[in-house]
Design a protein around this ligand. Structure first.
Ligand code: ADP
Ligand code: MG
Length: 274
């Protein structure tokens, strides 16, 4: 397996002394879809921001494709390889028009104008926003803004994309659209790290990491972790499908190894019981 991100005993302390990451070790492999979940304040955003050098360790190390984030000569390269999309789509705009906004990253890479134009067009097309390219960000809905934020990252041709609760401010329809785009990127080989507190979004993940108080409490297959009782203490709100599946699992009706994470899978499991 090829390591994209290798985190070893990472601790992070704010200047006021608050310890928010406590000796965290984890890896992300090439092509993986890793979900990170946990209560508010458990350290998810802080961990994610270490994965492209936006924040630097107080102790321990973060290595992205062989490059230690502490070495400042790697930082531009690391930021190009690992792009980040944030929770608030409004906060991510830099340009006057969408086109300008998406061009910002590639311009900083010093690419020729022609290449920049191609990248802008292609990224906006990938997220279905090419027809809006001359518009101002202010005229867009939350979901559209988040698509453009994603396009700005795609224009950098990243190998890893880090998503920090990107659907939390969106309506259910836009949430579905953004998740669809992310799933598609994953299928095309992009490595995904996806922070969420919505359990129903974990269906797409190859691996789930659960955080609590700056530590990793679980790291493994989503269905195995979710079928374990003790994960409830991590402060998740279980969607009805998972809640029902857990009860069936606890009562021995469903094999934990086949724990259904979606409505469709639960229906299949129920039909097999009858
Ligand atoms: N500037 C800061 N100074 C001190 N503590 C902070 C600062 N920013 C965030 N924190 C604390 O760090 C902890 C982890 O925050 P965060 O990584 O944002 O968690 P999450 O994304 O899981 O909600 C929280 O307890 C938060 O209060
Ligand atoms: Mg956060």
């Amino acid at each position: 397996m090829i390591y994209m991100i290798h985190i070893n005993n990472l601790s992070y302390r704010y200047p006021d002394g608050t310890l928010v990451l406590d000796s965290v070790s984890m890896d992300v492999h090439k092509g993986e879809f890793v979900a990170i979940a946990g209560k508010n304040g458990s350290g998810k955003s802080t961990l994610l921001r270490h994965m492209n050098g936006l924040m630097l360790p107080s102790e321990g190390s973060v290595v992205v494709k062989g490059m230690d984030t502490i070495d400042s000569s790697f930082i531009l390269n690391i930021r190009q390889i690992a792009g980040m999309v944030f929770q608030d789509p409004q906060s991510q705009f830099i340009g006057m028009t969408l086109e300008e906004d998406v061009a910002f990253g590639p311009e900083n890479l010093g690419l020729p104008q022609e290449d920049i134009r191609k990248r802008v067009d292609m990224s906006l097309q990938d997220v279905g926003m090419q027809e809006y390219k001359h518009q101002t960000p202010g005229s867009l809905s939350g979901g559209q803004k988040q698509k453009v934020a994603l396009a700005s990252i795609l224009a950098m041709k990243p190998e890893i994309i880090l998503f920090d609760e990107v659907t939390s401010m969106l309506d259910p329809y836009s949430r579905g659209e953004i998740l669809g785009l992310i799933t598609q990127l994953h299928e095309n080989g992009t490595t995904i790290v996806y922070v969420t507190h919505r359990l129903e979004e974990l269906v797409h993940a190859d691996r789930l990491i659960v955080m609590e108080n700056g530590r990793i409490t679980h790291n493994g297959y989503p269905r195995v972790i979710l079928s374990q009782g003790n994960v409830v203490d991590s402060g998740f709100e279980f969607p009805p499908v998972i809640e029902l599946a857990k009860r069936l699992c606890d009562s021995g009706f469903i094999d934990p190894a086949c724990f259904p994470l979606s409505r469709e899978k639960l229906m299949e499991a129920l039909c097999q019981l009858m």
